[in-house]
Design a protein around this ligand. Structure first.
Ligand code: ZN
Length: 48
């Protein structure tokens, strides 16, 4: 597991939305790549 992911989990990710910039898929959780199209261009929206 990447260090950055572990740090984020310490602080919680419940207020961060991840969305693939290529296909627009909403990703539930911490992702580095899109589960739909395998793109690594993931947008993060911090709504907390
Ligand atoms: Zn995608």
């Amino acid at each position: 597991m990447p260090l950055l992911t572990r740090v984020r989990r310490l602080f919680g990710t419940s207020h961060v939305i991840h969305e693939c910039r290529r296909c627009g898929t909403k990703l539930d959780g911490e992702f580095d790549t899109c589960s739909n199209c395998d793109s690594d261009d993931i947008a993060r929206y911090d709504i907390g």
